[in-house]
Design a protein around this ligand. Structure first.
Ligand SMILES: [Zn+2]
Length: 275
C-alpha cells in the first residue's frame, strides 16, 4: 500500500497537471469505487481543480471555489494517473475525470478486489471524514512522539501504523523506521526511554524524507526499502540476514542483531492466537 512518501511524491507530480484546464466531464465511476452519491460526480462538470493536496494516505482535489473536494484512497492496488491529451490510458478505469484539453485523470486498480475509493464531498463532510486522523507523520517533533508513545501501551510496529495516532505510516515504512531507530517492533511504547524516543523521532523524520526523495526520483520498492520485503538479505548496518515475523495480520521485517538483541521474534498471527 502506498504510504506517506509514495502518496506525497504522486501528489507533487499530479498537482500541476490537474489544474491546467477545467473539467469537461467527471465519471463514470465503478459502483464499488464511488463511496458517495450526493452530490453526484456530474457536479464536477465545468469546474476546475485547485490542485492536489494530501492528508495521511489520501489525495484531496478541491475545486477552484472549494465547494467540492474529490478524495481518493488507493488502498493496496489503486493507481492515480494523469493521461495527457491523445495519451494511452485505461479503457475502463475505476474512475475518470476528463479535462477540456482531452487529458484525463484516471484511477485504476489491479486485481479482482476493488478496495480503492473515491468520495465527492462538501467541505463539512470532508472534515468529518478526516476527523479521526492523527498528526502527519513527517511533521512530528520529539515531544509529539514522546506524548504519543505515552498515550497507550502498544507494540511499536502497531502504534506507528495506527492512523488515529500518527497519519501516513503503514507496514513498509514502520519496518524501515524501526530498523533505522534500532528498536524492536515488539517493544512496548511505554517502555521506550528518552534516548530511544529521540532515535525514533529522528528515524520517522529521516526515513520519510529519504522515501519521498527516492520516490520523486522514480525509485522502485527494491531500491527504496532497506528491510521491508528483504528476508535473508544482509542488514546494511551489521550484515546479519534480515528476519521476518507474522504479527497480527502483518508481516514484519527486522534485523535480529540491530533491533532485538539477537532474539528471534515469535509469530503472533491472529489466526494462531485464536487457536
Ligand atoms: Zn543489523
Amino acid at each position: 500500500m502506498p504510504e506517506l512518501p509514495e502518496v506525497e511524491a504522486w501528489r507533487r507530480q499530479l498537482d500541476p497537471l490537474v489544474k491546467k484546464v477545467p473539467i469537461e466531464k467527471a465519471g463514470p465511476a465503478h459502483i464499488a469505487t464511488l463511496k458517495t452519491f450526493d452530490p453526484p460526480v456530474s457536479a464536477l462538470d465545468g469546474e476546475g481543480f485547485k490542485g492536489v493536496e494530501r492528508r495521511a494516505k489520501r489525495f484531496l482535489l478541491p475545486t477552484d471555489d472549494e465547494e467540492l473536494v474529490v478524495m481518493v484512497h488507493l488502498m493496496s492496488a489503486g493507481r492515480l494517473k494523469y493521461i495527457p491529451p491523445h495519451g494511452k490510458g485505461a479503457k475502463t478505469p475505476m474512475f475518470r475525470v476528463r479535462f477540456t484539453d482531452g487529458g484525463e485523470l484516471q484511477l485504476t486498480e489491479a486485481g479482482p478486489k476493488k478496495r480503492a475509493g473515491v468520495w465527492l464531498l462538501r467541505p463539512d463532510a470532508l472534515a468529518a471524514e478526516l476527523e479521526h486522523l492523527g498528526p502527519e507523520a513527517d511533521r512530528l517533533t520529539t515531544e509529539d512522539v514522546a506524548r504519543i508513545l505515552a498515550s497507550d501501551s502498544r507494540r511499536l510496529h502497531s502504534m506507528l501504523r495506527d492512523q488515529r495516532l500518527i497519519a501516513g505510516i503503514g507496514r513498509a515504512w514502520a519496518n524501515e523506521i524501526l530498523w533505522s531507530a534500532r528498536l524492536s517492533p515488539y517493544q512496548l511504547s511505554t517502555q521506550v526511554d528518552d534516548e530511544e524516543t529521540e532515535r525514533l523521532a529522528t528515524a520517522i523524520h529521516d526515513e520519510l524524507a529519504r522515501g519521498l526523495e527516492l520516490r520523486l526520483q522514480g525509485a522502485n520498492d527494491a531500491k527504496t526499502y532497506r528491510v521491508h520485503n528483504k528476508l535473508g538479505a544482509p542488514c546494511e548496518r551489521c550484515g546479519t540476514p534480515l528476519a521476518r515475523v507474522d504479527f497480527e495480520e502483518h508481516t514484519i521485517y527486522y534485523c535480529p542483531t540491530c533491533q532485538t538483541g539477537g532474539r528471534t521474534l515469535k509469530d503472533r498471527r491472529l489466526s494462531r492466537l485464536l487457536k
